[in-house]
Design a protein around this ligand. Structure first.
Ligand code: SF4
Length: 363
């Protein structure tokens, strides 16, 4: 086996003194590593820790997660965004129960066959838990390797990706791959940050090409900027106070679109900003709710912006209220009490709207 590289030696001695105490580093298993890596791809560390405890407490092992309903998993995930990751994780654990006798496989290649486990997560699990020398390359690792090696190729091109992989393999500590991968992630999170990295506290400063050549702001570079598209969504919040029990019409999002598997209200989408008259007079509204009267429109809320990774949502809520809900014509619509609705898995803006409605913050 090769001797550790100077990069790995400096990095690992820094890590020995600077590694943060994180719950998944105390009780290390393939399952806890998987959960922590998926959560950390979603959110900041502090929030990730809260969700991690919540998740492990409710689903302490593969079988408890596999046996849960998708709705329960989505509810626990609520607030993190990218609910497809929660659905894939859930499918992945069921696949492990069915095809691997409930044992998470140890090899990088086998792990990649599991739904929800991509190259990065497979490398993290196989190196941290099963000591395989495979570099785990996430955004933090890309930044550290590309800056240290002075890789100018844009990191979103295949040549850039190959150069980073080569660099990672050449610098990796073959004997301690799990610690090496975690140390790279830690350095990227704490020292080699995207803006204003703390180079004077960095254990790699002596060999770092980006530092030496004054290219820290230029590396890593990207070929394409992410295009953010705007979507204009008008929610029809149709309420009734029948029998002193506030009810609302909801629907499950079952299309391959944002928030799949979560619940929201019937809605209309426009190509650009629209006013309430355009919404009320739209033919699509009349198809689902032919008897909904404009006189029942009590108030509107919005627009408010909700930002997703590649989308900016402009959300408007049109709130209709009557003593009786209109007849349901669309099979996907359901009538439900507000108190039940708040317990369903919901996108954050819908949860917030219902919370405000329940406490009377909106009329
Ligand atoms: S010296 Fe600066 S740019 Fe280079 S790896 Fe360290 S923190 Fe990153």
């Amino acid at each position: 086996m090769n001797n550790p590289t100077p990069f790995a030696e400096s990095l690992l001695s820094w890590y020995a003194n600077n590694a943060r105490d994180l719950p998944w580093r105390i009780d290390v298993s393939a399952y806890t590593t998987w959960i922590s890596e998926i959560l950390l791809q979603q959110t900041r560390l502090n929030q990730g820790i809260i969700y991690y405890h919540r998740f492990i407490e409710r689903f302490p092992d593969i079988s408890s997660l596999a046996e849960a309903s998708e709705e329960e998993v989505l509810k626990l995930w609520q607030g993190l965004g990218y609910c497809s990751r929660a659905r894939n994780l859930h499918e992945g654990v069921r696949q492990i129960i069915e095809n691997y006798h409930g044992q998470i496989p140890s090899s990088f290649q086998e792990l990649k066959k599991i739904k929800g486990i991509g190259s990065y997560t497979a490398a993290a699990i196989s190196s941290i838990v099963f000591h395989q020398a495979v570099p785990a390359i996430d955004g933090n690792a890309i930044r550290v390797f590309s800056r240290f090696m002075g890789i100018n190729d844009p990191v979103d091109t295949s040549s850039g990706r190959i150069s980073i992989e080569k660099a990672a393999y050449s610098l990796m500590d073959q004997q301690r791959p799990g610690d090496f991968n975690q140390a790279v992630m830690e350095l990227g999170a704490l020292v080699c940050t995207p803006k204003r990295p703390a180079c004077f506290s960095c254990p790699l400063i002596n060999g770092c090409i980006a530092y030496r050549e004054d290219k820290i702001d230029l590396i890593p570079s990207k070929h394409r900027k992410t295009r953010v598209k705007e979507r204009y969504i008008f929610y029809l919040v149709i309420l009734s106070h029948a029998k002193n029990n506030m009810q609302v019409i909801i629907k499950k999002r079952d299309q391959n679109d944002i928030w799949k598997g979560l619940y929201d209200f019937p809605s209309l989408e426009f190509d650009g900003p629209a006013d309430k008259t355009a919404v009320i007079e739209s033919e699509n509204l009349k198809i689902d709710f032919p008897y909904l009267s404009p006189a029942e429109l009590k108030f509107t809320k919005g627009p408010s912006k909700h930002i997703l990774s590649h989308r900016t949502l402009c959300l408007n809520f049109l709130v209709f209220e009557s003593t009786m809900l209109p007849a349901i014509k669309n099979k996907k619509h359901r009538v439900i009490s507000i108190d039940e609705a708040i317990h369903l898995p919901l996108p954050r803006p819908i949860e917030k709207f219902l919370e405000e409605l329940i406490v009377g913050q909106i009329p």
